[in-house]
Design a binder for this molecule. Structure first.
Ligand code: GTP
Length: 365
């Protein structure tokens, strides 16, 4: 039987830092190892028997509804709640209040992790907490929300993006919270409001039991293209428990790889990919379905989405290429991020780190 604990996933953000990848694709639908990011989150919740899930939407809602429907195909039950204007983390949850009568989880829809929700819920209940914040260690807490606790893990201070001199711990708010429904009374309806900046500090101020649950499991906020690529490196490098890959090359259906093509390192190929003679693919590399890799192409440390064509002798290093792009022969890309449908003409060598937005560049390939 599934648990009575529901989860709200915040999936309404614009994902501006992940552009151009998020120009047509909501951040939560960006593929991770060839399946939408959100599908990984649903699988993780389901593994902990949390199957009643609310998606708090605003920006680009349609692709999620289209792909996940009512959730039955994924063994969960999904409810979609829409904001007419972005309400921030607390405002978005307030908008779903009528579904939240018991203890519930809130998850950011852009943080990849394999948290032990069962253990976190037990921790929350043991402490009779009004809210529990999942903590993760980071190298630089100044770009996150730092959380200071006492020895019993009760939260003393909550500082969003602390100044360097205020840093006292490397543990930060990791974007998963357990909340009691009465906390929602603190949030005004129909206004923008943040748990991190307003509601959690107000709980501390009023002496309410706010606890922190430190976890040292894998965690990655995939909010930028650099982190998105790092997430793939980590998953393929077995850094996240639950994502073991005992085979170096994982192939989808109907892939055709020329016998003189060299594939080494960890590589994931979607369905119907072709790799031509003399191509050299060195993992970590992910190719979406329908990718066509030409003769003597070199691809290293990169993620390609669906239906990307790479013509002969092009070189792609540490790059992310979105759907339906066509990379001309002898193109050289390094640290590049291309949105959907970009066509790069033969021989073009955009500067290192280029970001190309849909319809920004065209040519014959
Ligand atoms: P950036 O524009 O790059 O900062 O990304 P973002 O818009 O996704 O913002 P941020 O990374 O702070 O969001 C964290 C999570 O909350 C993401 O999963 C967002 O989709 C989600 N989110 C952010 N703002 C809102 C909002 O106003 N409403 C809802 N429903 N979700 C939101």
């Amino acid at each position: 039987m599934s648990s009575t604990v529901k989860a709200v996933i915040l999936v309404g953000g614009q994902g501006t830092r992940l552009r151009p990848l998020t120009c047509n694709t909501p951040k939560s639908m960006v593929p991770v190892l060839n399946i939408p990011f959100l599908e990984h989150v649903l699988r993780n919740l389901k593994a902990h028997d949390i199957t009643d899930i609310i998606l708090a939407q605003h920006h680009l809602p349609a692709p999620m509804l289209q792909y996940f429907g009512d959730g039955a195909r994924f063994g969960v039950h999904l409810t979609y709640v829409m904001e007419d204007s972005p309400r921030g983390s607390a405002g978005a949850v307030k908008n779903a209040e009528k579904y939240l009568k018991n203890t519930f989880l809130v998850l950011n829809g852009d943080i990849f992790h394999n948290r032990d929700f069962t253990d976190m819920l037990a921790f929350h209940r043991r402490n009779h907490a009004k809210a529990t914040i999942d903590l993760a260690p980071v190298e630089d807490p100044t770009i996150y929300g730092m959380v200071d606790t006492d020895e019993q893990c009760r939260v003393k201070r909550f500082i969003e993006k602390p100044k360097r001199e205020d840093v006292t711990t490397n543990l930060i708010n990791a974007g998963t919270w357990i909340i009691e429904p009465e906390v929602l009374q603190r949030i005004l309806p129909d206004v923008k409001c943040s748990f991190e900046r307003e509601i959690f500090p107000s709980l501390i101020h009023d002496g309410e039991p706010l606890y922190a649950y430190p976890s040292y499991r894998y965690w990655m906020d995939m909010g930028t293209p650099e982190k998105y690529l790092q997430l793939h490196r980590d998953l393929l490098d077995d850094k996240c428990e639950g994502y073991p890959s005992d085979r170096n090359v994982i192939k989808g259906k109907n892939c055709r790889i020329h016998p003189t093509a060299k594939l080494s390192g960890k590589i994931v190929l979607g369905d119907n990919c072709t790799v031509a003679a003399g191509a050299k693919i060195t993992g970590p590399v992910v190719l979406g379905s329908g990718c066509r890799i030409g003769r003597r192409v070199v691809i290293e440390d990169s993620v390609l989405w669906d239906n990307v064509k790479v013509r002969a002798r092009a070189v792609l290093r540490s790059s992310v290429i979105a759907n339906d792009c066509a990379i001309g022969a002898e193109v050289y890309l390094r640290d590049a991020v291309l949105g959907d449908h970009i066509r790069l003409p033969t021989g073009s060598k955009p500067e290192t780190g280029v970001r190309l937005f849909p319809e920004e560049m065209s040519g014959n390939t």
